[in-house]
Design a protein around this ligand. Structure first.
Ligand code: CP3
Length: 349
């Protein structure tokens, strides 16, 4: 089989391969004992910028689970670190910035950094190692969408409702647009580096977009997310959590080949909103992974059945793998999805 015939890439192009492709957000990470072992003594962002280590961590879940894609082991804040922004990832918490970007002056200072000047050589080297090892299995590159990055950067760290980033849109729209426009170019540089080094597709993570109203999403966020993926000559998957109220906008006017759906919205309903020109990705509830196997199996079968309503379907969770997940359960889900006939079409059963 050639890489171009890989089920993931065929599904992104809109066809239904015999085998429904499946991968998991955060498949590379703390649910794997071999990951925890490799990470001992190395800070998260240092691991991301050590090519051999990042490559090995990317490959671990592909070997173990037989998923249909690797997702590059890195983080949405890596390109900011490469831009010289002081950021660390605190275990159990998330990205924390030394200096939050809150005022017009803060925005002017950070946006003076040229997004094209990032040294992405460590990223490119890691991607090349991975792509070489993966052979006919595609690698998905990724980046953070401008709003999700801003949700951390404006606050200075993780927050619940991302109030400060949302407030900037209305208090000082010029600064907001300047910051989000800059973040789009930073993420775009990160995506271009992964693509140039051999990633077959890319995913834009707007994990916290669900905190926005549809009107704010359209006016202040979607144009910047579109800019982040403009000119990337690879299929784009666009993912967010809680985006049901503006799911159609997640297509980014055709820039996205696939839209990720969280566990709140049945895939057949999502497909009806998204229309015939987009592939759906999702949407097993991560909370189900600790349930007895028959419960998980029934839920995976239902996700597959509802996914037949879309032009094509990529199975995933509705959000990332929780760290305490038994990895054996993920392997079993992959086997179950692969045992089903992926070519079937129709609505929910
Ligand atoms: O397997 C994969 O999905 C690829 C690697 C990946 C990571 N982060 C590795 C990681 C990807 C695609 C991301 C993206 C990311 N990073 C997002 C968007 C996806 C999502 O989950 O919504 C966000 C919001 C971040 C920011 C971030 N980085 C958070 C919230 C955390 C968790 C903090 C914690 O300890 O709970 C991180 C750290 C992080 N990124 C880990 C991993 C494997 C954990 C690091 C560790 O081992 O301690």
């Amino acid at each position: 089989m050639a890489l171009s015939d890989a089920p993931l890439l065929r599904a992104l192009a809109g066809s239904r391969p015999d085998r429904t492709p499946v991968w998991f957000m955060r498949q590379a990470g703390r649910s794997l004992p071999e990951y925890r072992e490799l990470r001992v003594g190395t800070r998260m962002l240092d691991a991301c910028l050590t090519p051999d280590l990042a490559a090995e961590i990317t490959l671990q879940p592909v070997r173990r689970h037989g998923v249909d894609a690797g997702i590059f082991f890195s983080d949405i804040v890596v390109p900011l670190r490469l831009a010289g922004v002081e950021v660390e990832i605190e275990p159990g918490r998330g990205p924390v910035f030394a200096s939050p970007v809150r005022t017009a002056q803060d925005v002017a200072r950070i946006t003076a950094i040229d997004p094209a000047s990032l040294d992405t050589s460590a990223i490119a080297e890691a991607v090349r190692i991975v792509v070489d090892e993966l052979g006919e299995t595609p690698l998905i590159g990724f980046a953070g969408a401008p709003f999700t990055l801003a949700a951390y950067l404006v606050e200075g760290g993780p927050s619940k409702e991302h109030l400060r980033a949302r407030a900037m849109m209305h208090t000082d729209p010029a600064s907001w647009n300047r910051l989000a426009g800059w973040l789009a170019q930073v993420s775009r540089t990160f995506l271009l580096a992964q693509r140039a080094a051999g990633a077959s597709a890319v995913q834009l993570f707007d994990s916290w977009a669900g905190s926005l109203s549809p009107a704010d999403y359209r006016a202040f966020v979607a144009p910047h997310s579109t800019a982040a993926v403009t000119g990337i000559d690879a299929p784009v998957i666009h993912f967010g959590v809680g985006t049901g109220p503006f799911l159609a906008d997640m297509r980014l006017d055709g820039a996205a080949s696939a839209v990720g759906v969280d566990w709140r919205q049945p895939l057949d309903e999502a497909a009806a909103v998204l229309g015939p020109d987009v592939t759906v990705q999702g949407n097993i509830d991560p909370a189900l992974l600790t349930a007895p196997w028959p419960v998980i199996e029934a839920s995976v079968r239902e996700v597959l059945a509802r996914g037949t309503a879309a032009r094509a379907h990529i199975v995933n969770l509705g959000h990332g793998v929780p760290p305490e997940t038994d990895p054996g359960v993920l392997t079993r889900i992959v086997e179950l999805v692969h045992a089903e006939d992926g070519s079937r079409r129709g609505g929910a059963e």
